[in-house]
Design a protein around this ligand. Structure first.
Ligand SMILES: CC(=O)[C@@H](O)[C@H](O)COP(=O)(O)O
Ligand SMILES: NCC(=O)COP(=O)(O)O
Length: 253
């Protein structure tokens, strides 16, 4: 009888940017980015992701040492993933806070959110020395990538360890199953090509409870998903009833 080794499901890294954006509405310390990170890790999440942008409208640079200490002191098996466009400032931030993984994303500061992967045909020469510097520093490097199997060889040639598949369009087709199925197949074919080229595969952007199972089924070797917006919305929806109860009790009901 032949036994197949059981494959591990994708790891879950909780992106704290949405929590940070809510915190930043007021000059108050709640919701606490590190506190919610602690709850996520205590609940079993495998890591925490932040995407600090130059204007600090989401995660602030001052959040990073707290998150690093949280993982080191309380959850040493968890991973810290820092995402962003690799300016010199970003690279120095990474080198200071020593994440286990760095995800390079081609977003410019005016973008509301990340909405595309690297153009490897034109940007590989820019990325290659950056990947080399990060690898020399001991960081795992992942490159944010559109679902396009033809990109994979150039991504591999930069020296990166992983690609992170941009799942935004897949997430946006939540009410159009035919479009979602087509996009899923593009993601799957890109993952197949990446794995064959020796790259590991992450995925992220607008993933939610309802679109994750099909993604995980099509890409069983998926290493990690990082999820922020949908996970935070879910936490609010499923936590609202309990919280209203707590506030009613505080009112005296
Ligand atoms: C690369 C990616 O998809 C995420 O980093 C995303 O951009 C972060 O979320 P926010 O855009 O909500 O900060
Ligand atoms: N790396 C992708 C990521 O963190 C996704 O964030 P979100 O779209 O779920 O907010």
């Amino acid at each position: 009888m032949i036994f197949e080794a059981a494959r591990m499901p994708a790891k879950l890294s909780v992106n704290l940017n949405a929590i940070a954006m809510l915190r930043n509405r007021r000059d108050l310390p709640w919701p606490s980015v590190t506190g919610l990170g602690r709850i996520a890790l205590a609940a079993g999440a495998h890591g925490l992701t932040v995407h600090p942008r130059p204007d600090e409208r989401h995660t602030r640079h001052s959040d990073l040492p707290e998150i690093r200490s949280l993982i080191d002191d309380e959850f040493p098996r968890a991973e810290f993933n820092i995402e962003g466009y690799p300016t010199e400032d970003f690279l120095l931030l990474v080198e200071k806070h020593q994440p286990e993984q760095v995800t390079l994303v081609p977003d410019d500061p005016t973008q509301a959110t990340s909405d595309h992967g690297w153009n490897f045909a034109t940007q590989a020469a820019f990325l290659t020395p950056i990947v080399k510097r990060l690898k020399k520093g001991g960081f795992r490097v992942s490159l944010f990538s559109d679902p396009d199997p033809d990109c994979v060889a150039a991504a591999r040639d930069t020296g990166a360890d992983r690609i992170e598949l941009y799942t935004g369009p897949y997430g946006s087709y939540h009410s159009d199953s035919a479009k979602a199925a087509k996009e899923l197949e593009r993601l799957g074919k890109t993952a197949d090509a990446a794995l064959a080229a020796g790259l590991q595969v992450n995925a992220g952007h607008d993933l939610v409870v309802s679109n994750l199972p099909a993604l995980a089924k099509r890409i069983p070797a998926l290493a990690e998903v990082s999820i922020g917006h949908g996970l935070t919305a879910d936490a609010l929806e499923y936590g609202m009833a309990r919280t209203v109860g707590r506030f009613l009790k505080a009112c005296g009901w």
